[in-house]
Design a protein around this ligand. Structure first.
Ligand code: ZN
Ligand code: CU
Length: 483
């Protein structure tokens, strides 16, 4: 067999390999879904050749924080991610997962945000992963099990801590998820379904993580006045379980807390000396989640992203809706529930400080629901590359790429991904450093990024110059099979 005959060669590109090392010129050869050689490959022949002259060749981006749990099944083309250069998504965040569920249960918000087809519920994590393997999407997925989801399955009322029997039941479900291939467990104590959970409940439910050193990720209880306490709670859970923790979409919200990333980041850095901590961040000053009515969330400008009773209000300002209806802002919000909204509640300086923190990964937290989602769903990665790295100069392009590839693969234990080197899976993005930019904004939130020329997933050309190529080569990544 001629080992210089390969499936695909990307010629004349500038390689940024995902390790933060400086860029260099090289060809990249791909065969059987893997990178087989990087360098001066004049002697190679390939079935397919891409010319990348003047362009960057980087590892496919790993979206460290998504809610794509069921989108990979309902929208397997995953255009909103592939178009940005994303080749892997981490799902099961904020306490919410697609499995396990019961057929006979109502899903409270925000759990309903990831549900698309109630008829196709998965009663075990194994069934969920099997469905994704049977019907692959265009991206790889690694999934966590959600603590709020487990509470909704096991508990008859969610506004109290779980009792010993319920904790044991949830722990058994975590064990099942771990055996099936979940990479960890997430919590969302910020949200009503888990707000009453104690720290001890979480620790006891999450016990099966310990022997696997699986991930504990959290949308913390409080990201405003009590953010320091929330960080301490998160670190304690990680310590007692002896597992790595991920502080999801780190932020400090509400005007009274603007600037407090100057307190949180030093605490995170100090804690990193003693235990395994990582964090992710999306590059916007607005957040997005279920429609809420509490004053803190409604303090700034609020845009309605989706509303079940009033779909016609998607994309509109809550202030205008309230004025039109002649009611207070919180009353209008209540009428629009259930649904999702965009909340302007962060300070640009905090966003930049957190994003620039060397250990911060990029994660979109995109919510793939409705016509007017937060623009982060389509724009996160090109926004970091174009706006924050190139235009604002927050960090070099090599650092930007590392925050969305090598760092993320390391933190989530995705071996064989996240860097360009021979032997690794051929997840690759080719983009133009001078023109890459996010086009999605709050008015037109579903515009694909510009400057992303080619996206390759497990060796298959999946996106090229604005057009999906139809490939569905995404794999289910687990901590054991992702060598
Ligand atoms: Zn969250
Ligand atoms: Cu989230």
């Amino acid at each position: 067999m001629n080992d210089k005959q390969v499936d695909l060669i990307i010629r004349n590109g500038t390689v940024i390999d995902g390790s933060k090392a400086p860029r260099y010129e090289a060809d990249v050869a791909v065969k059987d879904g893997r990178i087989v050689a990087i360098g001066e490959l004049a002697g190679y022949t390939a079935t397919q050749t891409l010319d990348a002259k003047g362009r960057i060749v980087a590892p496919g981006f790993i979206d460290s924080h998504t809610h794509d749990d069921t989108a990979v099944l309902s929208h397997p083309g995953m255009d909103f991610k592939v178009s940005q250069g994303v080749t892997t998504v981490i799902a099961g965040n904020c306490g919410i997962s697609a499995a396990p569920l019961r057929h006979d249960m109502e899903l409270p918000m925000p759990l309903a945000l990831v549900e698309t087809t109630p008829a196709a519920r998965f009663t075990s994590f194994a069934a969920y992963l099997a469905a994704m393997r049977a019907q692959p999407s265009s991206v790889n997925i690694a999934a966590m099990v959600g603590h709020s989801t487990l509470r909704a399955v096991v508990m008859s009322e969610l506004d109290r801590p779980a009792n010993a029997r319920e904790i044991a039941q949830m722990r058994e479900m975590v064990e099942e998820a771990m055996q099936a291939g979940a990479i960890g467990l997430s919590t969302g104590t910020f949200y009503p379904p888990a707000a009453a959970a104690t720290t001890e409940e979480i620790i006891e439910v999450a016990r099966p993580l310990t022997s696997r050193k699986a991930i504990y990720a959290t949308h913390m209880r409080d990201e405003s006045a009590h953010v320091m306490d929330s960080l301490e709670e998160t670190f304690r859970i990680g310590r007692e379980l002896g597992v790595p923790v991920v502080v999801s979409h780190h932020k400090v919200q509400n005007q009274a807390n603007f600037g407090r990333s100057q307190e949180t980041l030093p605490l995170i850095r100090e804690t990193m000396k003693h235990q395994c901590v990582s964090l992710d961040c999306y590059p916007y000053t607005a957040g997005s989640t279920m429609i809420r009515t509490d004053r803190g969330m409604l303090e700034g400008r609020v845009l309605i992203a989706s509303s079940d009773p009033h779909p016609e209000m998607a994309g509109r300002d809550l202030d205008d809706i309230a004025r039109e209806w002649g009611v207070a802002k919180d009353a209008a919000a209540r009428r629009l529930q259930p649904g999702s909204a965009i909340y302007f509640m962060m300070d640009e300086n905090d966003v930049q400080r957190i994003l620039a923190f060397d250990e911060t990964m990029v994660g979109s937290d995109g919510i793939p629901v409705g016509d007017k989602p937060h623009p982060r769903l389509w724009g996160t990665f090109p926004r970091v590359l174009g706006h924050y790295s190139r235009d604002v100069g927050l960090f070099p392009l090599e650092t930007a790429v590392w925050k969305m590839t090598g760092l993320t693969a390391r933190n989530f234990g995705l071996a064989g991904r996240g860097t360009l080197k021979a032997g690794n899976a051929a997840d690759i993005v080719v983009f133009d450093a001078a023109t890459v930019r996010d086009a999605a904004n709050y008015t037109n939130p579903t515009l694909p990024a510009e400057g992303i020329h080619a996206v390759i997933v497990n060796g298959a050309l999946t996106w090229r110059d604005g057009v999906h190529q139809g490939a569905r080569q995404g794999q289910v990544l687990t901590r054991s099979n992702s060598k």
